[in-house]
Design a protein around this ligand. Structure first.
Ligand code: ZN
Length: 635
């Protein structure tokens, strides 16, 4: 037995009758054969926890658990009806059961009273999780993958713990810390950074640059000499966007079997995006980088953390994820290295502004000496209009189009802005600032919305209040209508205005949004509203620049088809998920305690340099904007 488990078991009275001691990641799990100790041993466990400062969970030995049928019967009697539809999932290897419910709070009971009673009467360890309010096949799939692999997960989590504690010490470490840029240094896309110490190799993000013209620039530079997949201890994913997670399933294809740390929404939305990427690649070229089996491996190896939950991930690195305000579940990653040797924050993408859906990025950390931050809008040149201005303008545009019975097309990215704009429109219609009209949501965007309904705790205060206190979930409003099949899409196109359509892709480079565009473009009553960044050469960019005639070439026949752009075209810039230049600088000045070093990445060269020099001028701290393949010694 690993030394620390030995210490824990020895610290308990012999009557504790511990049959097995395991790890679940960094947590210690004890299985007792003594029923009385299981129910009353809390004080003993607390004493040990205070001493070793590790999370310990006491469970009954599987042999003590009541059989599943009787357990179900007891639980169904205990749970009040207003908890909504519930489902019980057993994990017999770990003496755990999960109750899935529409209203988790009601299942838990006042101060946990109902869960406590379930535990006493069945000797299982119950936990509760939220059922998405909108049925979500993907979440069901993910939960099934985890359930079917209960046995594997138990061994996998135990192995992580062994790796963490094998070489573990409470003493402050000596040595060094360095970070190498394998992608997204002086560029956007393929975010990937390797953090190394004498004891650990950890990858921060593993993205893909889908806009790259050649394969060489598409993936992180994993052939760098520092990187060796055999030595990789852990991967941390800051958030679910392809430029931060898109290459991760490929690591599993290459044989990686270690943990992936992220929030639960990042795991779920990330899996959806990777599956969608496979789908598109198969349709377009037939050579996807990886298959759905590799995405499944990624899900099997995900270890989800809540915001502000502290967790050891290697023998000398402890991480905490904090809200980044960028998209659902997005995180700033705080790393406490070598028991105080160094404290590092990797921001991923962040927004230091309250959006209509999420709270702003966090600025307070227990300790921080160096920060690696994004600089997407790291230039004063790009004046981004405020969210409020864009919101007002959006409502005005829709009103005008509705008055002439036109149709509004909003090409959107699947994740982030689309959900934010849904919340804005729902609120405006609920409050009577905008006449009610149908908002059609195309397939993939809808799937992401469904995932959102499983994690309302991640929303900002106003939206949470609406859901938990007023029982009004904006995403459940009847103004939103899902469009799945081709037939449904045709019905929407043929229907009379006014209405709004939200569909991918965001730059009109393909997908459903392009189909709607062709249908709407020649009618001057209709309106196109672009809200995301439009890449050079994309149809969206050309329309932004005023193109009035679009030539489409039919694939097989090479027949040219000209579409006249008679609809109104608007481009709104204020809904970005990234901080504006001013907000980047605000965030930098508010970070507490003040870091000694800022490393600027995730923007084109001139922006990285401009932001770095502005930070230096304002704070007089060391700044750096590394190039690809550069390594920086943090300590
Ligand atoms: Zn992002």
């Amino acid at each position: 037995m690993t030394k620390i488990l030995d210490e824990v078991v020895k610290a308990l009275p012999s009557t504790a009758n511990i049959a097995e001691a395991d790890f679940e990641g960094a947590n210690i799990i004890l299985y007792t054969k003594n029923k009385k100790f299981f129910l009353e041993g809390g004080e003993n466990i607390k004493k040990v926890v205070d001493d070793i400062k590790k999370r310990i969970e006491l469970r009954s030995d599987p042999s003590l658990c009541l059989n599943q049928d009787k357990t179900k019967e007891i639980i169904s009697k205990l749970i009040p009806e207003d908890a909504g539809e519930t489902k019980i999932i057993f994990d017999p290897q770990r003496s755990r059961l999960i109750i899935e419910a529409e209203k988790p709070g009601i299942v838990i009971g006042k101060q946990g009273s109902i869960l406590k009673e379930i535990k006493e009467k069945t000797l299982w360890s119950p936990s509760v999780r939220r059922r998405p309010s909108i049925p979500c096949p993907l979440i069901e799939n993910i939960r099934n993958v985890l359930y079917e692999n209960n046995d594997y997960r138990k061994k996998f989590l135990n192995k992580i713990g062994k790796d963490i504690y094998d070489d573990w010490t409470r003493e402050k470490r000596t040595g060094w810390v360095r970070v190498s840029c394998l992608g997204a240094a002086r560029e956007v896309g393929r975010s990937c950074f390797l953090l190394q110490t004498p004891h650990s190799n950890v990858l921060l993000d593993c993205g893909i640059n889908i806009a790259a013209n050649n394969k060489q620039d598409m993936f992180p530079i994993l052939e760098a000499p520092e990187f060796n997949i055999q030595n990789l201890n852990a991967v941390i994913i800051s958030h679910a966007h392809l430029d931060h997670i898109g290459t991760l399933p490929w690591l599993f294809k290459m044989g990686y079997k270690g943990p992936v740390y992220c929030t639960a929404p990042t795991r779920d939305i990330g899996a959806l995006l990777c599956l969608d990427l496979i789908d598109i690649a198969n349709k377009e070229s037939g050579d996807a980088l990886y298959g759905s089996g590799d995405v499944k491996e990624m899900v099997k190896h995900a270890v989800c953390l809540d915001y502000e939950e502290v967790s050891d991930i290697t023998s000398d690195i402890r991480i905490t994820l904090y809200n980044a305000g960028h998209n659902l579940g997005s995180s700033l990653v705080h790393m406490h290295i070598g028991n105080g040797l160094h404290n590092f924050v990797y921001t991923g993408d962040f927004n230091y502004e309250t959006s209509s859906l999420l709270p702003p990025a966090v600025t307070k950390f227990p300790r921080v000496e160096s920060v690696m931050m994004e600089a997407t809008y790291g230039t004063r040149k790009e004046i981004v209009s405020t969210r409020k201005d864009s919101e007002d303008l959006l409502l005005k545009i829709i009103k005008k189009t509705a008055e002439r019975k036109g149709k509004v097309l909003m090409p959107v990215l699947g994740v982030g802005r689309s959900q934010e704009i849904m919340v804005i429109l729902e609120k405006a219609m609920r409050e009577g600032r905008l006449d009610k009209m149908p908002i059609y949501i195309q397939g993939m965007v809808w799937d992401v919305v469904a995932i959102h309904t499983a994690y309302p705790d991640f929303f900002n205060y106003a939206v949470k209040k609406l859901i938990f206190q007023k029982d009004t979930n904006p995403f459940m409003s009847d103004i939103f209508k899902r469009v799945g099949s081709q037939k449904e899409m045709q019905e929407v196109k043929d229907g009379a205005g006014p209405y709004i359509v939200m569909a991918t892709s965001g730059m009109l480079t393909g997908g459903a949004s392009l189909g709607y565009f062709k249908h709407f473009a020649e009618n001057p009553k209709n309106t196109l509203v672009l809200t995301s960044y439009q890449g050079a050469g994309s149809l969206g960019r050309r329309l932004e620049e005023g193109e009035k005639e679009v030539v489409f070439v039919e694939g097989g026949s090479k027949k040219q088809e000209v579409t006249k752009v008679m609809m109104e075209v608007y481009s709104l810039k204020g809904f970005s998920g990234h901080s504006s230049f001013n907000n980047l600088m605000n965030w930098v000045s508010k970070v507490e305690p003040r870091p000694r070093k800022f490393i600027v990445v995730h923007a084109e060269q001139s922006r990285c340099i401009e932001l770095a020099s502005n930070i230096y001028q304002n704070l007089r701290v060391e700044t750096n904007s590394p190039k690809l393949l550069e390594s920086i010694r943090l300590r």
